[in-house]
Design a protein around this ligand. Structure first.
Ligand code: COA
Ligand code: AMP
Length: 631
């Protein structure tokens, strides 16, 4: 069947289409009620089905005779370690850790935060939680204790699983001390902190709530997977929104498993038993779907890479991993390629490795610029496929479905709508716009299986943010347009969310921190172009009149504050002091105008600005700091 036929079927007969896909899974109780609606008339998939993700990722393959096959390759240039872990070994680690969690009193429906570096124990922890119906929430290591505390409080975590430390190129990230700091900040404290100690010697000082990971696993019984309802949340994953508070995206179990299994075959084009590598982090949605659950559900060998595209030890590391582990399909962010390209513009390192195993290179997480797309294609000599999705969707919404039918690549477009996603480009009034006209990217309901089911503890925000803007549609927050062949071009966010090195961040959140600085009267934080990271945040601040500190001291302390409150991942390094900020008559700061001037893009000065001199003032501050030409 070709793409058009398959896609049309998925839209005209979603129930039949997804029922057939759900048959690819081994359910404890196969669903009969394929598509129902919750109280907001929002779709729920496979409501009466029962299954378990950990069983499907591990036990099923052992039952089928593949226990000795390699499930996981841990490749860590930062510790000089390589480990090959079979499905049998994975079973041992996961079922015993699950037993340990049960012994600590964790049960189906409880929540558990996982704050870990890229080590196998992070994956064991995720799978152990879903094995017993505990809802995990993985927090990316680049977030500071304050952000961790927000998440602990929001999901009411009963336990935290962490490690003594992580390793970032040349520095140690103190995970356990960060957890202690976060726990100090929260009122409702978790009962236990399970610590995987990476040191030979004892790590940070012991707390009453500490449990040693290795001792817990050693003394625990192996436990079987617990059947859960298809609608049972497998995890909560926090992502940035347009306010200072992150949103807890809820993922179900049955819809997610169905969608991931489908995507491995039809989007990524990987057969069972092949090697798949998503060079991301388990703290992001890409890590959840395509380091852990997708490949393991599909009986692929997945690669857990604890390193960076460069400096670990150099820009050849990706190609070494592909060649050494015979990776068939790879996924990374354009930023990673840009970093490699900067160090090795001629692609000399690539030529040193046998990359015959590689079939496709997928890119996502941010807009893919043409130079990056072309460089990758020229040097890797395989189809390079840009595809578009979000934490909310959990799996791709726009892609070239390589496993179904590889279509022509149109540079600048993530290609066509994926089966199940009826994507429309709408104007302000919610009407579809003409071809090649930019508008809001929305998806007609019902969304296919695997997509978010709600926001944790905040159904109102879910409805308001995603469903109310265009009734009958899910609103993505992105802008874009469609051409005459149905190819969709994403032009960027239409809200205050920015994408820094493929990491989604909220400028509103940064603004909250900056404005709380004692010397700041008012401020604006927005994203500007960055040659390496795609975007980076820039803060403009107006100081209070009475100030005893030097301007450079203030700038530095603001940068440190954002680092301390949000984390290093914010990459917030640029603050400029200005005399005033341009505003509308009602007092709204014109962030888009500020951004366009910094990016040297065309801009219109709104008629609501009375004093045009303010634009010259801003320009002169930018020029002094070389913003716009400074990358
Ligand atoms: N734990 C703790 N800290 C982390 C972290 C983690 N997991 N990941 C990043 N950080 C820190 C970095 O150490 C850095 O700290 P610093 O300010 O003290 O130097 C800061 O967060 C910013 O990190 P990053 O944005 O990664 O910038 P970088 O300059 O260290 O590296 C790249 C640049 C391009 C090599 C890197 O961003 C990269 O590998 N990008 C690809 C990311 C990716 O795959 N994203 C896809 C997600 S789907
Ligand atoms: P996240 O939820 O962190 O995965 O970030 C999702 C956001 O990243 C989307 O809403 C887009 O703005 C952006 N994004 C992801 N993939 C692409 C892509 N292929 N092209 C353009 N933007 C992308």
């Amino acid at each position: 069947m070709n793409y058009e036929e398959y896609y049309n079927q998925s839209i005209s007969h979603p129930i039949e289409f997804w029922k057939e896909q759900s048959n690819q899974l081994d359910w404890y109780k196969a669903p009969e009620n394929i598509l129902s609606k919750d109280e907001h008339k929002y779709p729920q998939w496979f409501e009466d089905g029962q299954l378990n993700l950990s069983y499907l990722c591990i036990d099923k393959h052992i039952k089928d005779g593949f226990g000795g096959a390699i499930a996981l390759i841990y490749d860590s240039p930062v510790t000089n370690t390589k480990e090959r872990i079979s499905f049998n070994q994975l079973h041992q680690e996961v079922s015993k850790l699950a037993g340990g969690l049960q012994k600590l009193g964790l049960k189906k429906g409880d929540t558990c935060i996982i704050y870990m570096p890229m080590i196998p124990q992070a994956i064991y922890s995720m799978l152990a939680c879903v094995r017993i119906g505990v809802i995990h929430s993985v927090v990316f290591g680049g977030f500071a204790p304050h952000e961790l505390a927000i998440r602990i409080t929001d999901c009411k975590a009963k336990a935290i699983i962490t490690a003594s430390h992580g390793i970032e190129i040349d520095k140690i990230i103190p995970y356990k001390p960060f957890v202690d700091e976060a726990i100090d900040k929260v009122e409702d404290k978790p009962n236990h902190v399970i610590v995987f100690n990476r040191n030979e010697e004892p790590g940070a000082p012991q707390k009453k709530y500490d449990v040693d990971y290795a001792t817990l696993v050693d003394g625990a019984p192996s436990v079987e997977a617990v059947p859960v309802d298809s609608t049972h949340p497998s995890y909560i994953l926090y992502t940035s929104g347009t306010t200072g508070t992150p949103k807890g995206i809820i993922r179900d179990t049955g819809g997610y498993a169905t969608a991931l299994k489908f995507s491995m075959k039809y989007i990524y084009g990987v057969a069972e038993g092949e090697v798949f590598w998503a060079a991301s982090d388990v703290g992001w949605v890409v890590g959840h779907s395509y380091i852990v659950y997708g490949p393991l559900l599909n009986r692929n060998t997945t690669i857990l890479f604890e390193g960076k595209p460069i400096k670990t030890p150099d820009a050849s590391t990706f190609w070494r991993v592909i060649s050494e582990h015979k990776v068939n399909v790879m996924f990374t962010a354009p930023t990673a390629i840009r970093a490699i390209k900067k160090e090795d513009p001629q692609g000399k390192f690539i030529k040193k490795f046998n990359m015959d195993s590689l079939r496709y290179q997928f890119l996502a997480g941010e807009r893919c610029d043409l130079a990056t797309l072309n460089w990758t294609k020229e040097h890797l000599k395989v189809p390079v496929i840009d595809h578009w999705w979000q934490t909310e969707s959990g799996w791709p919404m726009i892609a070239n479905m390589a496993g179904l039918e590889l279509k022509k690549v149109k540079p600048g477009s993530a290609s066509l709508a994926v089966c199940g996603y009826d994507i429309k480009i709408l104007n302000e009034e919610g009407q579809e716009v003409l071809e090649d006209t930019e508008g809001y990217v929305a998806v007609k309901l019902p969304l296919p299986p695997g997509t978010l089911t709600n926001l944790w503890g905040n159904p109102k925000r879910f409805k308001l943010g995603y469903l109310d803007r265009f009734p009958g549609y899910y609103f993505s927050g992105d802008g874009g347009f469609k051409d005459e062949d149905g190819y969709i071009f994403i032009t960027g966010r239409v809200d205050d969310v920015i994408n820094v090195a493929g990491h989604r961040l909220s400028t509103a959140e940064m603004e909250e921190v900056v404005s709380s600085h004692p010397s700041v009267a008012e401020c604006a934080v927005f994203g500007i172009n960055c040659e390496l990271k795609g975007q980076k945040p820039l803060g403009l601040v107006v100081l209070k009149t009475e100030n005893e500190l030097e301007e450079t001291e203030i700038e530095e302390s603001i940068v440190q504050m954002v680092r301390k409150e949000i984390g290093a991942v914010a990459s917030f390094r640029d603050v400029l002091i200005v005399q005033r900020l341009p505003k509308t008559r009602s007092g709204k700061i014109l962030r888009k105008l500020l951004r366009n001037i910094a990016d040297e893009k065309q801009y219109n000065v709104p008629s609501t600005i009375d004093d045009l001199q303010i634009i010259d003032e801003i320009k002169s501050v930018y020029e002094k700091q070389r913003i716009g030409i400074f990358k």
